[in-house]
Write a protein that binds this ligand. Structure first.
Ligand code: ZN
Length: 240
């Protein structure tokens, strides 16, 4: 069984469509969403309905939480906040309710999913080094956990110590634990603009990362047409 793990879509419809088509071509029969379906880009409603129609496990991201609520976004950076205020206006009450009901952590098959980290997931901490990963591993009770949030594909392994290995293909080995960031579909930040997701083959225990080109010019034009901050269109091309 091959499972597609995808998250940080951030309302980027062109990237999401390419990822889902590729996952099906690659023989994925199951889909798992790592959160942040909305925020930043111009198609929140369309992306939400595509993910909802998959009827797959989804965990809540911080942008999902902020788009679903009515609380002040004053403490957030102004670009993200203005996109979220716009996003709130695009979503129906039914869609906001769907986002509100998403769970923070789920177990799927033999692995766990969370948007940020299992160490206080509602605090939305970023895992950017092995010390952050150590905090997660203290709360990780399955051998493998997938997450997102930083928009950077990363693989942390815990054997006799916690270390990072290249986010290429990863063979899950007995005796080790894995905390794997599947990267971002709709706003990658590792310097590579292409949409990113991961495939986990549960039978061979192999995780592979996929990078895919999409119609970025179309996504950028939609951002500008919507009156969203120009910087959100520019950053897509930089992969930052
Ligand atoms: Zn995100």
């Amino acid at each position: 069984m091959r499972v597609a793990l995808f998250g940080d879509i951030h309302a980027n419809l062109e990237a999401l469509e390419v990822v889902l088509a590729d996952a099906r071509e690659q023989g994925c029969t199951d889909f798992v969403c790592l959160g942040d379906v909305v925020g930043y880009n111009a198609n929140p409603s369309e992306c939400l309905e595509i993910v909802r129609a998959l009827n797959c496990p989804v965990v809540k991201g911080n942008h999902d939480e902020d788009a679903a609520g009515d609380h002040s976004l004053d403490s957030m950076n102004p670009t993200a906040a203005s996109a979220l205020i716009w996003t709130r206006e695009q979503l129906t009450e039914d869609q906001r309710e769907w986002l509100r009901k998403l769970r923070m952590v789920r177990q799927v098959s033999d692995f766990t999913i969370v948007h940020s980290t299992l160490d206080q997931p509602a605090n939305w901490n970023y895992v950017t080094n092995r010390f952050d990963a150590m905090s997660n591993f203290s709360y990780q009770f399955t051998q493998v956990c997938f997450h997102g949030h930083t928009h950077v594909p990363r693989v942390y392994v815990k054997d006799s110590k916690v270390h990072e290995v290249a986010a290429e293909s990863v063979q899950i080995e007995a005796g080790s634990k894995y905390f794997i960031n599947a990267g971002s579909v709709g706003q990658p930040r590792d310097g590579d603009w292409r949409a990113c997701y991961a495939i986990y083959d549960i039978d061979t225990r192999l995780v592979v990362f996929r990078r895919l080109e999409y119609d970025i010019a179309k996504t950028q034009q939609k951002i500008l047409d919507a009156g969203l901050p120009e910087m959100l269109a520019a950053r897509l091309a930089d992969g930052r």
